[in-house]
Design a protein. Sequence first.
Length: 151
Amino acid sequence: MSEQGTEMEIIHLLRRVTVEFGLRQAEFAARHGMHPTDVRALVCLLDAERGGTGFTAGRLGAELGLNSAGTTSLIDRLERLGHLTRTRDPEDGRRVLLGVTPQAVELGWAAFGPMIGSAVALLRGFDPGEVAAVRRFLHGFHAAVSEPGRE
């Protein structure tokens, strides 16, 4: 296979993975009375928690490309379902921070834990150079698809 063919094969494999993962997320959302955007919101909040940063409604809406009304609706729905908490920021009482409930984390691990476990096991079979190459590729590809103006 030519160099161009190998590169495109990897791009197509990545696309297949993202499509399949998107389908699993949509199935999870439907099974638990959510919209696929609700799942994306929970992922954003979990990433923020892992990074040690607070997440406000405004930041969540911006991250998801939602207007204020859509963001409020999403937050209310996730709170009603028991997946989201709102707490006052201890450093600035005017701000309300969003968080993910332990119930939502448990649901997510039940659904996605096996595939995450498989991916971790796969990565453990790679040598440090291979892991570094995978990390570099995924960070670079994420930057490419995250650039403003991409359609």
